[in-house]
Design a protein around this ligand. Structure first.
Ligand SMILES: Cc1ncc(COP(=O)(O)O)c(C=O)c1O
Length: 391
């Protein structure tokens, strides 16, 4: 038998994407994987078709088409207060997934430590393994997903190379506060550590919470890699267009890794994303308002069905506690929920390095049409009757 590499043997298939496949088998309602079931903006779809018709069909410059990099710089200046040079500070990648792994491979050597907030977006585990980095976890504690400042401070040492911060956060819906940012920035400066911030949900914030960007803090512009993508903001997860923003020195290293990993993101879709990046403020206001309506609707339906919910203030997921249902673990619960109730969710254990820590949790996604959520709500009425471990 041909052998597989040690690295590949250290992580398993994505649980989230497995849930989507299982959902398709049972013809269920997919509230597991975070992709919208509604249309992308018409202007962007038109621009993509036009770009292909106009024969924008060959490689773009490896680090991204000039038009898209200019649009990213304009948008970051307008919404994030970041002054970036599109020629020196941006690498366009195949989604934020590739932006993250390229950034980690470009900056971290095997054996160096990275600090990861837990629960975490599941990709960060394999990212650490592939790069040979040693992850150190800091707990976000429910119900408000705060963390202990002293505990975080104790994780920094002279082997620490980076801290990975996802805000607004998947899976918890936490939006990191200014005080938390200031504390993290202080530690990064003290220990000469990079902040790699995954901001893919930056426009989905609710109830007066505000998204903050680490690169705008004193002394942090040169030690922050800002990761983002078109995927969630413009409902185009399948287009695979993301980007990393960093200092010139870090960018030249990220661009090299990116070039040899993927060469570049799809060129016609880069041109279409540039159109989206130039949308006015009303687009983002409507996006947030629509998501707020969906959050409130699903929150109420879940609470009525007996789930204990941790109200999210950002992103488009609701973490719930399922202890009341009496199941031995989250995966058993999730499989039965698809089979008997017809709703797919993600088992909480996939967000923890020690799976037991997520055994009493499952995550619901609300990036769906209202009518999909209404169908889900009517199925959820059957939960109390059908979801008992003995049935
Ligand atoms: C926090 C976070 N980062 C990155 C991604 C993946 O982004 P992309 O599709 O742009 O690779 C996701 C998708 O769910 C996510 O939740």
């Amino acid at each position: 038998m041909p052998k597989i590499s040690r690295k590949a043997s250290l992580f398993s298939e994505s649980v989230i994407r497995e849930m989507t496949r299982l959902c398709n088998v049972h013809n269920g309602i997919n509230l597991s994987q975070g992709f919208p079931d509604f249309s992308a903006p018409e202007e962007m779809k038109e621009a993509a078709c036009k770009a292909i018709r106009d024969d924008v069909n060959q490689y773009a410059i490896t680090w991204g088409s000039k038009n898209l990099r200019n649009a990213i710089a304009e948008k970051c200046a307008k919404y994030n207060g970041m002054q970036i040079d599109p020629e020196k500070n941006i690498t366009v990648c195949c989604g934020s997934t590739e932006a993250m792994i390229s950034s980690i491979l470009a900056t971290i050597d095997p054996g160096e430590e990275i600090i990861v907030f837990e629960p975490f977006y599941e990709n960060y585990g394999p990212d650490g393994i592939l790069s040979g980095a040693v992850p150190r976890f800091i707990s976000l504690r429910e119900p408000d997903w705060s963390f202990d400042f002293q505990e975080l401070e104790s994780l920094f040492n002279n082997r620490t190379r980076a801290i990975i911060l996802n805000t607004p956060n998947n899976p918890t819906g936490k939006v990191f506060t200014r005080a938390e940012f200031e504390f993290i920035a202080e530690l990064c400066r003290k220990w000469d550590v990079l902040a790699i911030t995954d901001e893919i949900y930056e426009h989905m914030v609710y109830d007066r919470h505000r998204h903050i960007n680490m690169a705008t803090f004193d002394g942090m512009a040169d030690r922050t890699i800002t990761i983002n993508a078109a995927s969630k903001t413009y409902s185009v997860t399948g287009w695979r267009v993301g980007y990393a923003i960093a200092s010139e020195q870090l960018t030249s290293s990220i661009r090299k890794v990116h070039d040899f990993l993927t060469v570049g993101a799809p060129h016609p879709l880069q041109e279409a994303v540039a159109v989206g990046m130039r949308f006015g403020e009303s687009y983002y206001a409507k996006l947030a308002a629509d998501y707020l309506q969906r959050r409130n609707y699903l929150l109420e339906a879940l609470e009525e069905a007996g789930f204990r919910c941790y109200k999210p203030y950002g992103a488009y997921y609701i973490m719930t506690d399922i202890s009341a249902f009496g199941f031995p673990d989250d995966t058993t619960f999730a499989r039965k929920l698809i089979r008997d109730v017809g709703i797919a969710v993600v088992p909480g254990s996939s967000f923890y390095h020690n799976p037991q820590d997520g055994f009493t949790k499952v995550r619901f996604a609300f990036c769906k049409k209202m009518e999909t959520l209404q169908r889900a709500a009517s199925h959820l009425q059957e939960v109390r009757e059908k979801m008992n471990p003995g049935a």
